[in-house]
Design a protein around this ligand. Structure first.
Ligand code: PEP
Ligand code: MN
Length: 371
């Protein structure tokens, strides 16, 4: 059961103490007070945990400082959208908002290979007015003989270059808890020129110890990518490990499912799940068309399959798009075949904006139907 307090009621307030006191009257129930950054306001929520099935809502609803009482389903306690819970779990980061209504493009290098390519990428982003990017330093690779990323060595120049090109947030995968610490140290040394969103890749979707570690730090928000070979429910449950650690600044990423049924795409594109995840949870949702499609095949109408699936994700409400670019994909040390060219960036950005505008027009049409 969640007791949502009215706006501006702080966790340390007398009002919260009164509710906790009432909760103590019920046996086998423990309480937890959480301060949640919603999309539009900061909320204090009191969680009653344990045998809450028979606890009546009324005594709690009667407190003037209580906004409402929500009975939570067993599933997705922390990230779920429970009955009557309209507020999405958005967050502000680096002056940008991330929520179920926001929209951000994160184009960039799958893996940083050298400073020159990184700077070409960031310069191109600046030209099209994009201030959010992907840039991989730690790459989990299927073969140990493949390029594993430049790791901590590239962090100083990645952060410095991002800052000098006006990039505000970088999405960067981590595969081990030490990487989080390395990023923290490099950002501190560089004077915090950029913010980092930690990416949990599909291969670590059920690495519970890593999830607990990332969930218990509050410095970085997280982009959690769905597991490629597990159910959506299993991925959402794994994502709970982040939120139960206390870090609610989570974006849920769809990147396709590993299945031959998706051939000839690299993965079976799952962007129909964007509205499903937005309904089941209160998290913003990201799509990754590059790792879903995996190649630059052109459809008969002249658009790339990557463009088409991007549009499919945006038209159903995706809040973030992670997409691979590279100045010279033929030389890229990781995932070159799926990387778009820098010269293709402007078209990609315009195309994405066009589809986002259509999505927003669809919402207006639904709210005020044609008479
Ligand atoms: C990536 O985004 O670089 C990546 C490895 O993606 P995924 O974990 O979805 O395969
Ligand atoms: Mn990749």
């Amino acid at each position: 059961m969640i007791i949502v307090m009215k706006p501006d009621v702080l966790p340390s307030s007398e009002e919260v103490r009164e509710v906790l006191h009432m909760a103590e009257r019920f046996p086998d129930v423990s309480t937890e007070v959480r301060n949640i950054q919603g999309a539009t306001r900061v909320l204090t929520e009191i969680y009653l945990l344990g045998s809450t099935g028979t606890i009546p809502a009324e005594p709690f609803e009667e407190f003037p400082a209580v906004e409402r009482v929500i009975r939570i389903r067993e599933r997705y306690r922390a990230i779920g959208r429970h009955e009557g819970q309209a507020e999405a779990l958005g967050f502000e980061f680096q002056g940008l908002s991330f929520g179920q209504d926001s929209f951000h493009l994160f184009p960039g290098l799958c893996a940083v290979d050298n400073r020159e390519n990184l700077e070409s990428m960031f310069s191109a982003l600046r030209e099209v007015g994009v201030t959010t990017a992907r840039a991989g330093a730690y790459k989990p690779r299927t073969s140990p003989y493949d390029f594993q990323g430049l790791g901590a060595n590239c962090l100083p120049f990645v952060f410095e270059s991002a800052g000098s090109h006006g990039i505000r947030v970088i999405s960067m995968e981590v595969t081990h808890e030490s990487h989080v610490d390395e990023i923290h140290t490099a950002l501190t040394d560089a004077g915090q020129p950029v913010g980092v969103m930690l990416q949990v890749g599909t291969r670590n979707a059920q690495n519970f110890e890593l999830l607990k570690y990332i969930g218990s730090q509050m410095e970085f928000p997280v982009l959690y990518k769905r597991g490629m070979g597990i159910t959506l429910e299993e991925s959402l449950n794994a994502c709970e490990y982040l939120a139960t650690g206390g870090n609610h600044r989570i974006v849920f990423g769809l990147r396709g499912m590993k299945s031959n049924l998706g051939d000839p795409h690299r993965n079976f594109v799952d962007f129909a799940h964007v509205p499903v995840v937005k309904r089941l949870t209160r998290l913003p949702v990201c799509i990754d068309p590059s790792h879903s499609v995996g190649k630059k095949t052109v459809a008969s109408d002249g658009l790339l399959d990557i463009h088409h699936v991007t549009a499919q994700g945006i038209i159903v409400g995706a809040n973030m798009v992670l997409v691979d670019f590279h100045p010279r994909p033929e030389d890229a040390l990781c995932d070159g075949p799926q990387a778009l060219l820098i010269e293709e960036l402007e078209h990609f950005v315009e195309d994405a904006k066009l589809v986002r505008a259509s999505y927003e027009a669809r919402l207006r049409l639904k709210r005020a139907p044609i008479p």
